[in-house]
Design a protein around this ligand. Sequence first.
Ligand code: SF4
Ligand code: FES
Length: 394
Amino acid sequence: LRDGPDAFSPPPLSQTAKSYAPFERGPAGLLAELTHRCPLQCPYCSNPLDLERANTELTSGEWGDVFRQAASIGALQLHLSGGEPTIRRDLEEILAHAVDAGLYTNLVTSAVLLTRERLAHLAEIGLDHVQVSVQDVVPESSDHISGYEGGVAKKRDVARWAREFGLGLTINAPIHRQNIDHLPQIIDFAVEVGAQRLEVAHIQYYAWAEVNRAALIPTREKFLATVGIVEEAKKRLQGVLNFDFVIHDHYASRPKACTGGWGRSIMVVTPSGKALPCHAAQTLPGLSFDNVRERPLAEIWRNGAAFEAFRGEEWMQEPCRSCDKRGVDYGGCRCQALAVTGNAAATDPACHRSAHHEEFATLGQNESLLPAPAFVYRRLGGADRKEKALDEQP
Ligand code: SF4
Ligand code: FES
Protein backbone atom coordinates (compact mmCIF):
# COMPACT_ATOMS: atom_id res chain seq x y z
CA LEU A 1 0.00 0.00 0.00
CA ARG A 2 2.94 2.24 -0.61
CA ASP A 3 0.81 4.66 -2.56
CA GLY A 4 -2.42 3.91 -0.77
CA PRO A 5 -5.37 6.26 -0.38
CA ASP A 6 -5.48 9.03 2.20
CA ALA A 7 -7.84 6.95 4.33
CA PHE A 8 -4.78 5.11 5.62
CA SER A 9 -2.95 8.17 6.84
CA PRO A 10 -2.79 8.43 10.61
CA PRO A 11 -5.51 10.69 11.99
CA PRO A 12 -4.56 14.35 12.27
CA LEU A 13 -3.37 15.29 15.73
CA SER A 14 -3.53 18.77 17.13
CA GLN A 15 0.00 18.77 18.49
CA THR A 16 3.32 17.79 17.01
CA ALA A 17 5.99 15.86 18.86
CA LYS A 18 7.98 19.06 19.18
CA SER A 19 5.27 21.04 20.90
CA TYR A 20 3.91 18.76 23.59
CA ALA A 21 6.87 18.61 25.97
CA PRO A 22 6.97 19.34 28.82
CA PHE A 23 3.87 17.27 29.26
CA GLU A 24 1.40 19.13 31.45
CA ARG A 25 -1.91 18.08 29.92
CA GLY A 26 -3.41 14.84 31.28
CA PRO A 27 -4.38 11.81 29.19
CA ALA A 28 -7.57 12.30 27.17
CA GLY A 29 -8.49 8.66 27.74
CA LEU A 30 -8.04 6.12 30.48
CA LEU A 31 -8.21 2.40 29.66
CA ALA A 32 -9.11 0.58 32.87
CA GLU A 33 -8.41 -3.15 32.62
CA LEU A 34 -10.73 -4.22 35.42
CA THR A 35 -9.70 -7.88 35.24
CA HIS A 36 -7.76 -10.28 33.05
CA ARG A 37 -10.36 -13.00 33.58
CA CYS A 38 -12.34 -13.84 30.42
CA PRO A 39 -14.70 -16.59 29.23
CA LEU A 40 -13.34 -16.42 25.67
CA GLN A 41 -10.07 -17.76 24.29
CA CYS A 42 -9.44 -15.55 21.25
CA PRO A 43 -6.20 -16.68 19.60
CA TYR A 44 -5.12 -13.03 19.15
CA CYS A 45 -5.68 -11.93 22.76
CA SER A 46 -3.69 -8.78 23.43
CA ASN A 47 -3.51 -9.23 27.18
CA PRO A 48 -0.02 -9.98 28.52
CA LEU A 49 1.29 -13.52 28.57
CA ASP A 50 1.49 -13.31 32.37
CA LEU A 51 -2.09 -12.56 33.40
CA GLU A 52 -2.74 -10.83 36.72
CA ARG A 53 -4.61 -12.85 39.31
CA ALA A 54 -8.11 -12.04 40.55
CA ASN A 55 -6.91 -11.53 44.13
CA THR A 56 -4.59 -8.69 43.05
CA GLU A 57 -7.30 -6.66 41.28
CA LEU A 58 -8.00 -3.09 42.41
CA THR A 59 -11.18 -2.79 44.47
CA SER A 60 -14.08 -0.66 43.29
CA GLY A 61 -13.02 2.01 45.80
CA GLU A 62 -9.48 2.03 44.44
CA TRP A 63 -10.79 2.36 40.90
CA GLY A 64 -12.97 5.26 42.05
CA ASP A 65 -9.88 7.01 43.35
CA VAL A 66 -8.09 6.43 40.03
CA PHE A 67 -11.06 7.85 38.09
CA ARG A 68 -11.26 11.01 40.21
CA GLN A 69 -7.53 11.59 39.82
CA ALA A 70 -7.74 11.00 36.05
CA ALA A 71 -10.64 13.44 35.71
CA SER A 72 -8.80 16.03 37.79
CA ILE A 73 -5.89 16.08 35.32
CA GLY A 74 -8.12 16.32 32.27
CA ALA A 75 -9.19 12.80 31.28
CA LEU A 76 -12.52 12.79 29.44
CA GLN A 77 -13.11 9.22 28.35
CA LEU A 78 -12.97 6.00 30.33
CA HIS A 79 -12.87 2.61 28.68
CA LEU A 80 -13.90 -0.16 31.10
CA SER A 81 -12.09 -3.11 29.64
CA GLY A 82 -10.45 -6.43 30.45
CA GLY A 83 -10.29 -9.40 30.03
CA GLU A 84 -14.03 -9.30 30.32
CA PRO A 85 -15.10 -6.41 32.60
CA THR A 86 -18.58 -7.80 33.23
CA ILE A 87 -16.98 -10.64 35.23
CA ARG A 88 -16.53 -8.06 37.99
CA ARG A 89 -19.53 -8.46 40.29
CA ASP A 90 -18.94 -4.89 41.47
CA LEU A 91 -18.99 -3.42 37.96
CA GLU A 92 -22.02 -1.33 38.96
CA GLU A 93 -20.07 0.28 41.83
CA ILE A 94 -17.06 0.86 39.60
CA LEU A 95 -19.29 2.49 36.98
CA ALA A 96 -20.98 4.68 39.59
CA HIS A 97 -17.56 6.02 40.62
CA ALA A 98 -16.78 6.81 36.97
CA VAL A 99 -20.09 8.61 36.48
CA ASP A 100 -19.49 10.61 39.69
CA ALA A 101 -16.08 11.60 38.37
CA GLY A 102 -17.78 13.01 35.27
CA LEU A 103 -16.09 10.68 32.77
CA TYR A 104 -17.65 9.52 29.50
CA THR A 105 -17.92 5.76 29.99
CA ASN A 106 -17.44 3.05 27.40
CA LEU A 107 -17.91 -0.62 28.33
CA VAL A 108 -15.62 -2.78 26.16
CA THR A 109 -17.15 -6.24 26.27
CA SER A 110 -17.51 -9.56 24.50
CA ALA A 111 -21.17 -9.34 25.64
CA VAL A 112 -21.55 -13.06 26.31
CA LEU A 113 -22.10 -12.67 30.09
CA LEU A 114 -24.47 -9.68 30.00
CA THR A 115 -28.16 -10.02 30.73
CA ARG A 116 -30.82 -7.55 29.65
CA GLU A 117 -31.47 -6.64 33.31
CA ARG A 118 -27.84 -5.95 34.05
CA LEU A 119 -27.34 -3.80 30.97
CA ALA A 120 -30.51 -1.85 31.81
CA HIS A 121 -29.13 -1.26 35.31
CA LEU A 122 -25.76 -0.11 33.94
CA ALA A 123 -27.59 2.30 31.64
CA GLU A 124 -29.57 3.63 34.61
CA ILE A 125 -26.37 4.23 36.56
CA GLY A 126 -25.09 6.33 33.67
CA LEU A 127 -23.19 4.17 31.18
CA ASP A 128 -22.74 6.09 27.91
CA HIS A 129 -21.47 3.62 25.35
CA VAL A 130 -20.95 -0.08 24.70
CA GLN A 131 -18.30 -1.59 22.44
CA VAL A 132 -19.09 -5.17 21.52
CA SER A 133 -16.28 -7.31 20.13
CA VAL A 134 -17.25 -9.68 17.34
CA GLN A 135 -15.05 -12.66 16.49
CA ASP A 136 -17.21 -13.49 13.45
CA VAL A 137 -20.91 -13.37 12.60
CA VAL A 138 -21.01 -16.90 11.16
CA PRO A 139 -21.87 -18.87 14.32
CA GLU A 140 -19.65 -21.92 13.73
CA SER A 141 -16.69 -19.74 12.88
CA SER A 142 -17.29 -17.45 15.85
CA ASP A 143 -17.44 -20.45 18.18
CA HIS A 144 -14.22 -21.81 16.72
CA ILE A 145 -12.31 -18.52 16.95
CA SER A 146 -13.46 -17.60 20.46
CA GLY A 147 -13.51 -21.11 21.93
CA TYR A 148 -17.00 -20.24 23.21
CA GLU A 149 -20.32 -21.57 21.95
CA GLY A 150 -23.31 -19.41 21.11
CA GLY A 151 -21.61 -16.02 21.17
CA VAL A 152 -23.15 -14.52 18.01
CA ALA A 153 -26.76 -14.69 19.21
CA LYS A 154 -25.77 -13.19 22.55
CA LYS A 155 -23.87 -10.33 20.92
CA ARG A 156 -26.80 -9.57 18.66
CA ASP A 157 -29.11 -9.37 21.69
CA VAL A 158 -26.77 -7.19 23.73
CA ALA A 159 -26.14 -4.82 20.82
CA ARG A 160 -29.88 -4.37 20.29
CA TRP A 161 -30.49 -3.83 24.01
CA ALA A 162 -27.76 -1.20 24.06
CA ARG A 163 -29.57 0.78 21.37
CA GLU A 164 -32.92 0.22 23.07
CA PHE A 165 -31.51 1.71 26.29
CA GLY A 166 -30.17 4.74 24.40
CA LEU A 167 -26.49 3.80 24.62
CA GLY A 168 -23.91 4.52 21.95
CA LEU A 169 -22.79 1.36 20.16
CA THR A 170 -19.57 0.35 18.42
CA ILE A 171 -18.89 -3.08 16.95
CA ASN A 172 -15.23 -4.04 17.04
CA ALA A 173 -14.24 -6.74 14.55
CA PRO A 174 -10.63 -7.98 14.62
CA ILE A 175 -9.97 -9.23 11.07
CA HIS A 176 -7.67 -12.12 10.13
CA ARG A 177 -7.31 -15.09 7.86
CA GLN A 178 -10.11 -17.09 9.52
CA ASN A 179 -12.88 -14.50 9.18
CA ILE A 180 -11.70 -12.17 6.41
CA ASP A 181 -14.10 -13.66 3.84
CA HIS A 182 -17.04 -12.76 6.10
CA LEU A 183 -16.35 -9.02 6.22
CA PRO A 184 -19.47 -8.16 4.14
CA GLN A 185 -21.63 -10.11 6.62
CA ILE A 186 -19.92 -8.40 9.56
CA ILE A 187 -20.79 -5.02 8.02
CA ASP A 188 -24.40 -6.18 7.54
CA PHE A 189 -24.49 -7.29 11.19
CA ALA A 190 -23.34 -3.88 12.40
CA VAL A 191 -26.09 -2.20 10.38
CA GLU A 192 -28.71 -4.71 11.51
CA VAL A 193 -28.04 -4.12 15.22
CA GLY A 194 -27.99 -0.33 14.81
CA ALA A 195 -24.30 0.29 15.55
CA GLN A 196 -23.03 3.80 14.96
CA ARG A 197 -19.46 2.73 14.37
CA LEU A 198 -17.68 -0.36 13.08
CA GLU A 199 -14.00 -0.93 13.72
CA VAL A 200 -12.54 -3.19 11.04
CA ALA A 201 -9.23 -3.91 12.69
CA HIS A 202 -6.54 -6.03 11.08
CA ILE A 203 -4.81 -7.50 14.10
CA GLN A 204 -1.28 -6.78 15.30
CA TYR A 205 1.00 -9.71 15.96
CA TYR A 206 2.25 -9.46 19.49
CA ALA A 207 1.27 -11.21 22.76
CA TRP A 208 -0.90 -14.28 22.03
CA ALA A 209 -1.44 -13.23 18.39
CA GLU A 210 2.26 -13.82 17.75
CA VAL A 211 1.86 -17.43 18.92
CA ASN A 212 -0.95 -17.88 16.36
CA ARG A 213 0.43 -15.65 13.62
CA ALA A 214 0.64 -18.38 10.98
CA ALA A 215 -2.99 -19.32 11.62
CA LEU A 216 -4.16 -15.70 11.48
CA ILE A 217 -2.22 -13.77 8.88
CA PRO A 218 -4.15 -13.20 5.64
CA THR A 219 -2.64 -12.90 2.18
CA ARG A 220 -1.88 -9.47 0.76
CA GLU A 221 -4.59 -10.03 -1.85
CA LYS A 222 -7.22 -10.75 0.81
CA PHE A 223 -6.11 -7.73 2.79
CA LEU A 224 -6.41 -5.52 -0.29
CA ALA A 225 -9.90 -6.89 -0.91
CA THR A 226 -10.94 -5.64 2.55
CA VAL A 227 -9.77 -2.17 1.58
CA GLY A 228 -12.17 -2.16 -1.36
CA ILE A 229 -15.03 -3.63 0.67
CA VAL A 230 -14.71 -0.97 3.36
CA GLU A 231 -14.37 1.87 0.86
CA GLU A 232 -17.53 0.74 -0.93
CA ALA A 233 -19.43 0.30 2.35
CA LYS A 234 -18.35 3.74 3.58
CA LYS A 235 -19.97 5.35 0.55
CA ARG A 236 -23.07 3.17 0.64
CA LEU A 237 -23.62 3.62 4.39
CA GLN A 238 -22.77 7.30 4.72
CA GLY A 239 -24.87 8.72 7.56
CA VAL A 240 -25.74 5.21 8.77
CA LEU A 241 -22.47 3.65 9.93
CA ASN A 242 -19.05 5.17 10.55
CA PHE A 243 -15.96 3.08 9.91
CA ASP A 244 -12.57 2.86 11.55
CA PHE A 245 -10.20 0.83 9.42
CA VAL A 246 -6.99 -0.42 11.00
CA ILE A 247 -4.57 -1.36 8.27
CA HIS A 248 -2.56 -4.61 8.28
CA ASP A 249 0.96 -3.67 9.35
CA HIS A 250 2.73 -6.29 7.24
CA TYR A 251 1.15 -4.83 4.09
CA ALA A 252 1.41 -1.16 5.04
CA SER A 253 3.97 1.37 3.87
CA ARG A 254 3.59 3.75 6.80
CA PRO A 255 3.09 2.89 10.45
CA LYS A 256 0.20 3.88 12.67
CA ALA A 257 0.71 6.52 15.33
CA CYS A 258 0.34 3.74 17.88
CA THR A 259 -1.69 4.78 20.95
CA GLY A 260 -1.74 8.26 19.39
CA GLY A 261 1.93 8.62 20.30
CA TRP A 262 3.65 7.20 23.37
CA GLY A 263 2.53 8.94 26.57
CA ARG A 264 0.58 11.57 24.63
CA SER A 265 -3.10 10.75 24.96
CA ILE A 266 -3.89 7.54 26.81
CA MET A 267 -3.02 5.77 30.02
CA VAL A 268 -3.68 2.08 30.62
CA VAL A 269 -4.14 0.80 34.18
CA THR A 270 -3.84 -2.96 34.63
CA PRO A 271 -6.10 -4.97 36.99
CA SER A 272 -3.54 -4.72 39.80
CA GLY A 273 -2.90 -1.00 39.25
CA LYS A 274 0.20 -0.77 37.05
CA ALA A 275 0.06 2.36 34.89
CA LEU A 276 1.21 1.77 31.31
CA PRO A 277 1.65 4.02 28.25
CA CYS A 278 0.22 1.25 26.04
CA HIS A 279 -1.40 -2.07 26.84
CA ALA A 280 1.58 -4.06 25.57
CA ALA A 281 4.24 -1.88 27.22
CA GLN A 282 5.25 -4.65 29.60
CA THR A 283 6.80 -6.49 26.64
CA LEU A 284 9.51 -3.80 26.54
CA PRO A 285 12.54 -4.75 28.65
CA GLY A 286 14.07 -2.32 31.11
CA LEU A 287 10.97 -0.20 31.75
CA SER A 288 9.67 0.18 35.28
CA PHE A 289 5.99 0.82 35.85
CA ASP A 290 4.50 2.82 38.69
CA ASN A 291 1.47 1.49 40.50
CA VAL A 292 -1.54 3.72 41.18
CA ARG A 293 -1.64 2.23 44.70
CA GLU A 294 1.74 3.83 45.40
CA ARG A 295 2.01 7.08 43.41
CA PRO A 296 -0.45 9.82 42.42
CA LEU A 297 -1.72 9.50 38.87
CA ALA A 298 -0.66 13.03 37.92
CA GLU A 299 2.94 12.31 38.92
CA ILE A 300 2.96 9.02 37.05
CA TRP A 301 1.63 10.74 33.93
CA ARG A 302 4.00 13.68 34.07
CA ASN A 303 7.18 12.06 35.35
CA GLY A 304 6.77 8.27 35.36
CA ALA A 305 9.84 6.61 33.86
CA ALA A 306 7.82 4.43 31.48
CA PHE A 307 5.81 7.42 30.18
CA GLU A 308 8.93 9.50 29.67
CA ALA A 309 10.81 6.71 27.85
CA PHE A 310 9.56 7.46 24.32
CA ARG A 311 8.15 10.96 24.58
CA GLY A 312 9.47 13.71 22.36
CA GLU A 313 12.16 12.92 19.78
CA GLU A 314 15.37 12.45 21.74
CA TRP A 315 15.00 8.68 21.78
CA MET A 316 14.51 8.41 18.02
CA GLN A 317 17.06 6.85 15.73
CA GLU A 318 17.48 7.32 11.98
CA PRO A 319 15.56 7.34 9.72
CA CYS A 320 12.84 8.64 12.11
CA ARG A 321 15.08 11.24 13.70
CA SER A 322 15.31 13.35 10.56
CA CYS A 323 12.04 12.33 8.92
CA ASP A 324 9.35 14.94 8.30
CA LYS A 325 6.67 12.46 9.43
CA ARG A 326 8.09 12.06 12.93
CA GLY A 327 5.55 14.51 14.37
CA VAL A 328 2.69 12.62 12.72
CA ASP A 329 3.34 8.94 13.45
CA TYR A 330 5.99 9.29 16.21
CA GLY A 331 8.00 6.48 14.62
CA GLY A 332 5.10 3.99 14.87
CA CYS A 333 4.72 1.23 17.43
CA ARG A 334 7.47 0.66 20.04
CA CYS A 335 6.22 -2.83 20.89
CA GLN A 336 6.27 -3.94 17.26
CA ALA A 337 9.69 -2.36 16.75
CA LEU A 338 11.01 -4.43 19.64
CA ALA A 339 9.27 -7.65 18.61
CA VAL A 340 10.64 -7.52 15.05
CA THR A 341 13.98 -5.71 15.31
CA GLY A 342 14.94 -6.42 18.94
CA ASN A 343 15.25 -2.66 19.55
CA ALA A 344 12.32 -0.73 21.02
CA ALA A 345 13.73 2.60 19.75
CA ALA A 346 14.01 1.41 16.15
CA THR A 347 11.72 2.53 13.35
CA ASP A 348 8.53 0.47 13.25
CA PRO A 349 9.09 -2.18 10.52
CA ALA A 350 5.68 -1.28 9.07
CA CYS A 351 7.43 1.82 7.71
CA HIS A 352 8.89 1.48 4.21
CA ARG A 353 11.96 3.40 5.44
CA SER A 354 12.78 0.74 8.06
CA ALA A 355 15.72 -1.54 7.22
CA HIS A 356 13.48 -4.43 8.33
CA HIS A 357 10.48 -3.51 6.18
CA GLU A 358 11.01 -5.85 3.22
CA GLU A 359 11.73 -8.79 5.49
CA PHE A 360 8.63 -7.93 7.57
CA ALA A 361 6.37 -7.70 4.51
CA THR A 362 7.78 -10.88 2.97
CA LEU A 363 7.34 -12.81 6.20
CA GLY A 364 3.64 -11.93 6.22
CA GLN A 365 3.10 -12.91 2.63
CA ASN A 366 5.06 -16.17 2.90
CA GLU A 367 3.33 -17.30 6.08
CA SER A 368 -0.10 -16.45 4.73
CA LEU A 369 0.40 -18.70 1.70
CA LEU A 370 1.11 -21.81 3.77
CA PRO A 371 -1.73 -24.00 5.11
CA ALA A 372 -3.08 -22.50 8.35
CA PRO A 373 -2.07 -24.50 11.45
CA ALA A 374 -4.58 -25.14 14.23
CA PHE A 375 -5.08 -22.41 16.83
CA VAL A 376 -3.12 -22.60 20.06
CA TYR A 377 -5.78 -21.67 22.62
CA ARG A 378 -4.96 -20.00 25.84
CA ARG A 379 -6.13 -22.14 28.74
CA LEU A 380 -5.90 -20.20 31.95
CA GLY A 381 -4.74 -22.09 34.98
CA GLY A 382 -4.24 -25.19 32.85
CA ALA A 383 -7.98 -25.96 32.89
CA ASP A 384 -10.71 -25.74 30.29
CA ARG A 385 -12.21 -22.32 30.81
CA LYS A 386 -15.71 -23.45 30.08
CA GLU A 387 -15.62 -25.67 33.11
CA LYS A 388 -13.56 -23.48 35.40
CA ALA A 389 -15.30 -20.93 37.60
CA LEU A 390 -14.44 -17.45 36.36
CA ASP A 391 -13.85 -16.25 39.92
CA GLU A 392 -10.98 -18.73 40.12
CA GLN A 393 -9.16 -17.55 37.00
CA PRO A 394 -6.31 -17.43 36.40
FE1 SF4 B 1 7.42 7.57 10.56
FE2 SF4 B 1 9.97 7.00 11.19
FE3 SF4 B 1 8.89 6.01 8.96
FE4 SF4 B 1 9.41 8.65 9.12
S1 SF4 B 1 10.92 6.96 9.13
S2 SF4 B 1 7.55 7.71 8.29
S3 SF4 B 1 8.95 9.01 11.32
S4 SF4 B 1 8.27 5.55 11.08
FE1 FES C 1 2.85 -0.62 22.49
FE2 FES C 1 2.24 0.06 19.95
S1 FES C 1 1.42 -1.61 21.16
S2 FES C 1 3.47 1.15 21.37
